[in-house]
Every structure is written in structure tokens, then in C-alpha cells.
Design a protein around this ligand. Structure first.
Ligand code: SAM
Ligand code: SF4
Ligand code: SF4
Length: 371
């Protein structure tokens, strides 16, 4: 793994502390970063492994049999994840999303869900608990996850045509099994289910309308994601990005759409409703319409590094604190200082920065940091 780590005792943090003494937070408390953004959303990657090889995320040529995944001892244990999550909640997090890699590959994930479901936000309510999955194992696991306290799932699905889908996941996985997973999730009560479709021009754009027709009126919210330049291995090219405006125009030509208000501040997807009331679709446009201004998301990598942006090069090593015997107050305080120093807004600066390298080295992969 070619990522770099910021140890929490390094000079950067020392300098950060020195630079903001009057803004330093107590061990717990609500936070704002240097751009005034609160901390509300925590994404936790529970594994860097996946059974799919989507070319935009884990291309086969790189993630082959020789690829070095993290050894099990490097992964945060469920207890470690829960302990960290508690401190994030104390700083204002309300929503926790489990992701990966493919999160359902992590053994006994429902045990972690159960532990996280016991936690409380600063308002005293349970956190919103969700999971993003490729759906391949969902039919088997939906009920146990729901029973453990998971509230919702988002399933990634890039097309309904079996040949197109098998090509995109690049492991010949059939679309029917993902559809079974979605059905099982709904039956288990993990709704409203959202479906994420990454649109890659020249690869699956002809699936846009098929997907819209299929999910319209079903109660499932279909969201179109612009193909992003995340990580350093997917060979991203701007000409393969299909702007959300174009996707929306194609749908609106068949089904008129009206724009809807966001449900919460900092929401990643722009919401549009079918004018005839047959549900809604979402557009996640991080390439053509940056939404950094409201970004309230922190990411905890599989081995316990805190990343402040999907496009970051470096993470802050919270695992070292945990395993070095730090108390809860010290951990909460470190998280607070890190968030207060945050100024990330990659999507707004895209184009003015080096593509996949920078002062901190290569950007981390999405499968490692969590999508
Ligand atoms: N394996 C799970 C899945 O696919 O849902 C969870 C992890 S995956 C990294 C999370 C989300 O990131 C998925 O919806 C996936 O489609 C999206 N994603 C991955 N690479 C992407 C890229 N280059 N551009 C846009 N979205 C991407
Ligand atoms: Fe796996 Fe999800 Fe990445 Fe596809 S997008 S390779 S399913 S982690
Ligand atoms: Fe947030 Fe970084 Fe994405 Fe901007 S580029 S929205 S800061 S994760």
C-alpha cells in the first residue's frame, strides 16, 4: 500500500496546535474546520478487500494476486472501531456509514453493527447507521444486519444488462444476484434502499434510461455518480466523465423532473423528483459541480487512519494512539485538533493540482479509504 501516514505526534500536529491555541477544543464538543464546516458524517472502511474488480476502483491489472492487502493484525478490531466512533459522535457525528472495499466480506460484520447501534449522538439519539455494498452477499446477510441495528443500505449497480454488468465488475458476477440482494434488503426493512450507478462514458451510458425506468416508481432512489479521479490506479480521463447535467437531460427527455430541496445540509446528491410523483433520482457531481463547501465527512481507513478528504494523500494515525494506550480524552482531543485544522476542498481545486501525486505522495485508493 503506497499511502503515507501522519503520526499524531509529528511536527505538523505540533505546529497545528501552536497555530490555533485559542481555538483548541476540549476533549469533546462540536467542531468546525477552518472553512466553518461541522463534523457530521463518519465513513468507516472495514476491509480493503473486494470480490469485484470494477475498473474505476480496483482495476484487475493492479489489484491482482500479487497485490498486498493489509494483514489482519493491521485492521482495527470491532472494539477499536467502536471506541473511535464514540469519540467522533461526541464531536457531532450523526451518521455512520460502513464501507470498504466490500464491507460484507468482513466476517461477523453484524457484531460491529450491534456495537455501533448502542452508541449515542450528542443529542442522545442513536446514530444513523448505513452501509454501502456491491450487493453480492446482501441476500445472505440483510436480515442479520437489520436485526443488529443497521438502518439502511446503498447498493452499487452500474447497469441492468447482464453482459455490461459482468464486464464492469470484471469478475463475471451476474446482475440477477445483486437484484436479489436489493430485494432481500427491502424485505428485511433496510429501506429506503438507494442504488448508486457510476456512469462512465462509452461503457454504460446506454444503461442510464434502462436503470431509470426499472427503479422509477419502486420506492428505490437511484443515484447517478460522476466517474471520479479518485486514487491513482484507475487511469481516469475527463473524456470518460459524463456530467450529471447530461444524464439528467436524458432522463428528463422521457420523464420530466423537478428539483427537490436537500434533506440535510452537506448532502452529496442533488435530488430531483419525477414530475408525476413516481419517486426521485439523485446526482452526485463531484467532478462538474464540487460540493466541498458543505463537506462534513471524515473517513476512517481500514487500519485506523483518519482522512479528511476522499482525495487526500495522508491520514492521521489514530490506531497508534489507540494501541499506544491513549485515553478517550486524548483521542477525542486529537480528533478535535485534526478537524479544526482541516482545509481540504479538492474538488473545488481540481485542475489546479497534480493529477495523482503531490507533496504527500500518491493519493490513497478508494477501496482502502472507503467510498
Ligand atoms: N464495495 C462497495 C460498493 O461498491 O458499494 C463499497 C465501497 S465502494 C469504494 C463505494 C462507492 O464508491 C461505490 O458506490 C462505487 O461505485 C463508488 N466508486 C468507486 N470508485 C469510483 C470512481 N472512480 N468514481 C465514482 N465512484 C466510485
Ligand atoms: Fe469493489 Fe466497490 Fe470498488 Fe467495485 S466499487 S471494486 S465493488 S470496492
Ligand atoms: Fe469533501 Fe474532499 Fe469531496 Fe470536497 S473533494 S467534497 S472536501 S471529500
Amino acid at each position: 500500500m503506497a499511502e503515507r501516514v501522519i503520526p499524531l505526534v509529528d511536527q505538523r500536529l505540533v505546529a497545528l496546535r501552536a497555530a490555533v491555541p485559542e481555538r483548541a477544543v476540549p476533549a469533546t464538543g462540536l467542531l468546525a474546520d477552518t472553512l466553518g464546516r461541522p463534523l457530521r458524517d463518519l465513513r468507516i472502511s472495514v476491509t480493503d478487500r473486494c470480490n469485484f474488480r470494477c475498473s474505476y476502483c480496483m482495476p484487475k491489472e493492479v489489484f491482482d494476486k500479487d497485490y498486498k492487502y493489509l494483514p489482519h493484525a493491521s485492521l482495527l478490531s470491532f472494539e477499536e472501531i467502536t471506541r473511535l466512533a464514540r469519540q467522533f459522535l461526541a464531536h457531532g457525528v450523526r451518521k455512520i456509514r460502513l464501507t470498504g472495499g466490500e464491507p460484507l466480506l468482513r466476517k461477523n460484520l453484524e457484531v460491529l453493527v450491534d456495537q455501533l447501534a448502542q452508541l449515542r449522538t450528542v443529542e442522545g439519539t442513536p446514530p444513523e447507521l448505513t452501509l454501502t455494498t456491491n450487493g453480492s452477499l446482501l441476500a445472505r446477510k440483510a436480515k442479520a444486519l437489520k436485526d443488529a441495528g443497521l438502518q439502511r443500505v446503498t447498493v452499487s449497480l452500474d447497469g441492468l444488462d447482464d453482459a455490461v454488468f459482468r464486464r464492469m465488475n470484471d469478475v463475471d458476477f451476474p446482475v440477477a444476484e445483486v437484484l436479489e440482494g436489493i430485494a432481500a434488503a427491502r424485505e428485511a426493512g433496510l429501506g429506503p434502499v438507494k442504488v448508486n450507478m457510476v456512469v462512465k462514458r462509452g461503457t454504460n451510458e446506454h444503461e442510464i434510461l434502462t436503470m431509470a425506468r426499472h427503479f422509477r416508481g419502486s420506492g428505490i432512489v437511484l443515484r447517478f455518480i460522476e466517474y471520479m479521479d479518485v486514487g491513482a490506479t484507475n487511469g481516469w480521463r475527463m473524456d470518460e466523465v459524463m456530467p450529471s447535467s447530461e444524464v439528467r437531460a436524458r432522463i428528463a427527455a422521457e420523464f420530466p423532473l423537478v428539483q427537490l430541496d436537500p434533506t440535510v445540509p452537506g448532502e452529496t446528491a442533488e435530488r430531483w423528483g419525477y414530475a408525476d410523483g413516481e419517486g426521485e433520482v439523485g446526482f452526485i457531481s463531484s467532478v462538474t459541480q464540487a460540493f466541498c463547501g458543505d463537506c462534513n465527512r471524515a473517513r476512517l481507513s481500514t487500519e485506523g487512519k483518519l482522512y479528511l478528504c476522499l482525495f487526500a494523500h495522508n491520514g492521521y494515525d489514530l490506531r497508534a494512539l489507540l494501541r499506544g494506550g491513549a485515553g478517550d480524552e486524548e483521542i477525542a482531543s486529537a480528533i478535535g485538533h485534526i478537524w479544526q485544522g482541516r482545509s481540504d476542498r479538492y474538488s473545488e481545486l481540481r485542475g489546479t493540482m497534480a493529477a495523482d501525486t503531490g507533496p504527500g505522495g500518491r493519493r490513497v485508493e478508494m477501496s482502502y479509504i472507503g467510498g
